[in-house]
Ligand binder design. Structure first.
Ligand code: HEC
Length: 419
């Protein structure tokens, strides 16, 4: 009895429940972390901005000022912070205050992105009105009119150069109020992250992440078919997280330019990302919650949301294929009785014609295709990746590089998906 009480207490007190940070009344559109890593700032479609304690997810201050959504937020090095809204306004806040100390009506359309210069003395805003503005002090505002199409993202490089990315696929570099260089990419620029070596990771509308350095694309990686909506690099620059619109989050190993894993768990799809250190990622979800993830495992921090999936796999404890199947569990079930998730049930997958599970609504990429799933075809799917094997599919891009791993996963599926 005592053991039971203790166990219940441990479950109730388990801090993993705090890993769902609740406060927003709509999707969490944007996230930033303070320089010291102690505070997180979020902006939402509900028009609120929230300052959170990054250690425990406690909401310290809920701020309402903007008319419409808050689409951009940024910390200054001294702990003050900026919010930018659908109303074209940028506001400056001091910690603890309930109203901004200052605000500027900078744009005629939403402020899509904000960036603070490395010395903290100026900030830049990018807007769907086609303009980038730099504010050096209340009266010193520089207008950078180059894009003339919606500008989705701005970042400062360490040397003070400003980089902006537009819907037209152009990446423009600005120095002293003048455009100093431009790189044209084949698809709209939707997000950016600057790595410690000053390589710019660029998220594009075609589902690719391109790495730009010295004015050139050095490499690229396909995360899926849908637009990349958010990017975040860890402080050491080793891992880059890329979220696709309506899709999952891929963790890219920067050194090898490969997708290491995709996040497995609740709260997908996500709208925003930020890495609070080298091991922890926060995602801002369409379900109004912010969640913390372990970057090494790709699992939600605390592990509690995975109890259900752990149960599903309990019967296969020592099976190496079951471990690999953890990359599928967020979206698929092994038994029809557990219902469909984001993807169709895999019960009876071998021998099933593609796109024919009666309980699931497929994308056109799978409907009416002439293919039967076998260990060979499913293995091929993850050898080349869904985006190549089934162009246009809703399944996010992921590959399993090792032939042994693919074989182990197929052996597991043969056992576990038998009707
Ligand atoms: C983030 C979600 C997600 C993850 C993770 C995921 N899938 Fe999928 N999967 C989907 C979706 C969505 C579809 C349906 C695709 C469509 O209709 O375009 C799908 C379709 C499939 C299909 C085709 C099913 C059919 O009935 O034709 C197979 C096979 C499959 N997935 C296997 C896997 C395996 C194996 C893994 C893990 C290695 C995995 N998936 C991981 C979302 C996911």
């Amino acid at each position: 009895m005592l053991r039971f009480i203790l166990l219940s207490l441990i479950l109730v007190l388990n801090p993993a429940y705090a890993e769902e940070w609740r406060g927003h009344g709509g999707p969490v559109r944007t996230l930033d972390v303070s320089k010291d890593g102690r505070e997180v700032l979020s902006g939402g479609f509900d028009g609120a901005s929230i300052v959170w304690n990054s250690a425990n997810g406690a909401a310290k201050n809920v701020l309402r000022f903007h008319a419409g959504s808050v689409d951009a937020v940024a910390f200054l090095p001294n702990g003050d912070f900026l919010t930018g809204g659908e109303d074209g306004i940028v506001s400056l806040w001091q910690p603890g205050a309930k109203a901004p100390v200052m605000h500027w009506k900078l744009h005629d359309a939403r402020v899509a992105s904000l960036a603070v210069s490395p010395d903290g003395k100026k900030f830049a805003s990018a807007s769907w009105d086609g303009l980038v503005k730099i504010v050096a002090s209340p009266g010193m505002i520089t207008e950078l009119a180059g894009h003339q199409v919606p500008v989705n993202t701005v970042k400062f490089l360490a040397d003070g150069t400003l980089v902006s990315g537009g819907q037209d696929g152009s990446l423009r570099f600005w120095r002293d109020g003048q455009q100093s260089a431009m790189v044209s990419l084949p698809s709209g620029v939707t997000a950016m992250a600057v790595l410690p070596d000053q390589t710019i990771a660029v998220g594009n509308g075609d589902g690719r992440v391109r790495f730009v350095a010295d004015g050139k694309v050095k490499s690229e990686i396909v995360t899926g078919e849908l637009p990349v909506i958010a990017l975040a690099a860890t402080r050491d620059g080793k891992t880059l997280a890329a979220a696709q619109i309506r899709g999952a989050v891929s963790l890219i190993d920067v050194a090898t330019n490969r997708i290491r894993t995709t996040l497995v768990g609740p709260g997908l799809p996500v709208w925003s990302l930020v890495a609070i250190d080298n091991a922890t990622l926060l995602t801002g979800g369409g379900d109004r919650m912010i969640r913390r993830w372990n970057l090494a495992t790709g699992e939600p921090a605390g592990g509690v949301p995975l109890i259900k999936s752990a149960d599903e796999l309990a019967a296969y404890a020592d099976d190496p294929g079951a471990k690999l199947y953890r990359a599928c569990i967020a979206c698929h079930t092994l038994k029809r009785s557990e219902g469909p998730r984001a993807g169709p049930t895999l019960e009876g997958i071998f021998g099933r014609k593609i796109g024919t599970d009666p309980d699931y609504v497929y994308s056109d990429a799978l409907k009416g295709k002439d293919l039967v799933w076998t260990p060979e075809t499913v293995s091929k799917l993850f050898e080349v990746g869904p985006a190549h094997y089934l162009p246009g599919t809703k399944m996010p891009e992921q590959t399993i590089g090792s032939p042994q791993d693919r074989a182990a996963l197929m052996q597991f599926l043969e056992k576990a998906t038998k009707p």
